[in-house]
Write a protein that binds this ligand. Structure first.
Ligand code: SF4
Length: 333
């Protein structure tokens, strides 16, 4: 299989390669122990749920390519719009980072994708307008609905002769939107019962890891003294001026937004100036669908990333920092 497909498994040519060259997915799952492709599919999803990308490429091209349709099947079985959104976002972000690198690096990596290939794949016919790129208004409207921020609204864009002007840099936003649409296309897929059975353990493991199934979705007050030890520790580090790693920042931000804090309200729980990257992530997490689209990761995930600090007695009764806060509030009432 062409290694380009491992870097871009959503390409039409990757779909054809899986159909023509790879063992059928049923067969793959019947080989007994969990295959490397399924392991990597789970890894894709876990990365998507705890960060912004789907992680590093597996050394085996076929494993990497097959893990993508398997991840789409797992997402379909979980069938939770927040999981789907995180997965499509992470796949699109990963692809855009790679595409930008391929197109802009002075020494593009081996198996780089060509600009013409990307544009052709996503039906992006561009015209050089001299002061930017012109994209057909219909195609623009299809993709701009995926982009956040008022600057993408058509009324805020120069339009001439049916072409919307975008900059070279904005082209990457448009490509990211196109990848996101492609990755999410058809999800939830109809998964045959025998495949769903074969993937039940993997699906349950991800759901457990996500730990969101019975999470409370509203809280009547904000009381930082009742936050779980892990969140108090992360807040303490922010206040001490530490720059959090992306997974720690994500854990803190999803917790704070899930208990009802808006990006503008973060200073209610952070004494010093709120770091820009924290506020920006809070804005991205809240997006258009509200904070519940990204619940915080489970305690298991927090432990895995070294973010579970000083667990106390209440911690032994819960599986998610949100559940801790809910229980702590109830104990005090
Ligand atoms: S057990 Fe959970 S709630 Fe408690 S400190 Fe660890 S991650 Fe936080």
């Amino acid at each position: 299989m062409d290694a380009l497909l491992a870097r871009y498994p959503f390409l039409e040519s990757a779909r054809e390669a899986v159909r023509d060259e790879a063992p059928p997915i049923d067969e793959l799952l019947e080989t007994g122990s969990r295959s490397a492709a399924l392991d990597r599919a789970i890894d894709r999803l876990e990365n998507a749920l705890t960060g912004e990308t789907v992680g590093d490429i597996h050394a085996d091209t076929e494993v990497e390519v097959l893990s993508y349709p398997l991840a789409r099947i797992l997402v379909s079985l979980i069938d939770d719009r927040r999981v789907t959104r995180r997965f499509t976002n992470a796949e699109a972000r990963t692809a855009t980072i790679r595409i930008r690198n391929d197109l802009e690096a002075t020494q593009p990596p081996t198996h780089a994708i060509a600009r013409a290939h990307v544009l052709d794949e996503f039906e992006l016919e561009l015209e050089d307008l001299g002061d930017g790129l012109g994209i057909d208004v219909t195609r623009y409207l299809q993709l701009s609905s995926e982009l956040e921020g008022s600057r993408w609204r058509l009324v805020n864009r120069p339009v001439h002769d049916g072409l919307v002007r975008i900059t070279e840099d904005e082209l990457f936003n448009v490509i990211e939107a196109a990848v996101r649409v492609r990755v999410g296309d058809g999800i939830p897929l109809e998964v045959p019962p025998h495949l769903a059975d074969a993937l039940e353990d993997a699906t349950r493991a991800i759901e457990r890891r996500l730990g969101h199934t019975k999470l409370p979705d509203s809280f009547d007050r904000i009381d930082p003294s009742l936050f779980p030890p892990c969140m108090q520790a992360l807040l303490g580090r922010v206040e001490a001026g530490d720059r959090l790693s992306s997974h720690s920042r994500f854990a803190l931000v999803t917790f704070l937004t899930s208990i009802g804090l808006s990006p503008a309200d973060l200073d209610a729980v952070i004494e010093n100036e709120v770091p820009v990257e924290l506020r920006t992530m809070a804005e991205a997490v809240i997006g258009e669908e509200g904070p519940t689209q990204f619940p915080p990761g489970s305690c298991e995930t927090m432990v895995a990333f070294g973010d579970c600090i000083d667990p106390d007695e209440l911690c032994s009764q819960i599986t998610n920092p949100l559940a801790y806060y809910d229980a702590a509030l109830a104990e005090q009432d």
